[in-house]
Every structure is written in C-alpha cells, then in structure tokens.
Write a protein that binds this ligand. Structure first.
Ligand SMILES: [Fe+2]
Length: 253
C-alpha cells in the first residue's frame, strides 16, 4: 500500500494542484490531508471545494476550526508582532470569503483519524495526540516530549502537520512523521512539500517529496486580492518572518 500525506495547504490552490498532480503521476492507493486547508492564502473556498471534489480524507487543523467557527484568532501561540497581526488579518479575510457550506464542511472535519494498513496502525492529528489542533511537534521538540507523545497512543505511526517543517523521527519504536506544508513551507525551501509512505508486509518506508509550483500566480493573487504582502514573501522564500519596528528579520532554519 502506498499512502500520500499532505497538509497545511492554507488556501494555496496552485500548490495543491501541483501536489495532487505529482501524487497522481507517482501513483498511490490512498491520499490523506492533515488539515489547515484555509488561512493565509488567497483561495480558501476553491481549495476546500477541490478537496471535497476529490473526496480526500481530511482531519481538522487549527485554521479549519477558526474559519469554520468564525473565530477571532487561529489559536497559534505566536508572540505578539507583525506575524500574529498578518495571521489575524488573513483569518478574518478567509472567514469573509468562505461560504456557509464550506464553513460547515470545515466544522465537520474530525480532529483525529486512526486506521490500519497491512498490520500497521496509523494516527493522524494536525498537532499532537495531547492537543490535536495546537501543539507543535517540531524537529527541536525535546526528546522527553516526543517519548510522551509516542507512549500516549497505541498506534505505531503518528502523522502530524501544523509546524510546516518536514520531520521523520523514530521514538520508542514508533514513527513520528510530518510531511511539511503543501501551501506555506517554512523550512527555507519554497517548493510544496508532501510525503509518500509505503507499507509492505509490515515494513515501512517513507519519502519527503518537494514539488515546484506556480508561486508567481499565488503571489500575484495575494497582491491583487489585497492580502498583506508579507504573505507573498513567505511563499516566495519558504521562510517565516518577524518584522519589528524598522527591520525585517527572516528566520533561517
Ligand atoms: Fe498550518
């Protein structure tokens, strides 16, 4: 069985199309989405429509929750600053530009998904098994915390999103995977990121795949639709940013 995992599309239709085309070209048996279909990007409604059209199994991310319930904040624990401000502006923008039907779909998404493939049990959560929507499980998460996460669940493969950083880590004989972000990578590589996992007679192999997409079109849409221009910068560079008074700092990972 070959499984494709992607997440954190964040309203980026061009990146989603490129990832889906690449998946189709390589051929997989099942496709799963780890949430955060909306927020930040210029095409929240179209992204949700495409995911629904393709019947892709999807769990809820914090932005799906925030847009679905028209919340004032994404719940991300960014420190106060321009990045938080930009996130909130894009959240309100996305709430105003998604239909009631789309919001209902976002509200209907499950916070976790469990399944078994050839004897291997998988758990999908956007954040972590302790806090499905909000906890960041990152490459620099202390190993003690990773052990707590691995022991918390009965599944042997945990796939999460939320951090926008690809990751693969064996912890206590379990595998913690993150396919990175399809529509808003933050690891310094602007290409869309996703993962293919192969399970053959209980043996797992995995590959992180990067796909070039038409970022110019997405950036132009951000400008044309009046979203903060910093959102375009993040896509063009594949970097997060923090802008203090009079200076721009790019966080190089
Ligand atoms: Fe996200």
């Amino acid at each position: 069985m070959r499984l494709a995992f992607f997440g954190d599309v964040h309203g980026n239709l061009e990146a989603l199309n490129a990832v889906l085309e690449d998946i189709q070209r390589r051929g997989v048996d099942e496709i799963f989405c780890l949430g955060d279909l909306v927020g930040y990007g210029p095409d929240p409604e179209a992204v949700v429509q495409l995911i629904r059209e393709k019947n892709i199994k999807t769990i809820m991310g914090n932005y799906d929750d925030a847009v679905g319930y028209s919340k004032e904040s994404c719940g991300c624990s960014y420190s106060p600053g321009r990045e938080t401000e930009v996130g909130d502006i894009s959240l309100n923008w996305s709430i105003e530009r998604t239909s009631e039907e789309t919001k209902e779909f976002l509200r209907s998404l499950p916070k976790r998904m469990s399944f078994e493939v050839e004897g291997v049990k998988f758990l999908l959560v956007h954040g972590s098994p302790f806090n499905e929507l909000l906890e960041y499980v990152k490459p620099d998460t202390p190993s003690e915390r990773l052990k707590e996460i691995a022991s918390k669940v009965e599944e042997s493969v945990i796939v999460n999103g939320h951090t926008h950083l690809p990751m693969a880590r064996w912890v206590l004989g379990k595998l913690i995977l993150n396919p990175g972000s399809a529509g808003r990578p933050k690891d310094g590589d602007p290409r869309a990121s996703y993962m293919i996992v192969d399970v053959k007679s209980g043996v797992i192999s995995f590959e992180t795949i990067r796909v070039v997409y038409d970022v110019k079109t997405t950036v132009e849409k951000i400008a044309k639709k009046g979203l903060p221009i910093e959102l375009a910068t993040v896509l063009a560079l594949g970097q997060t940013f923090d802008m203090g008074p009079g200076k721009v700092t790019f966080t190089l990972k």
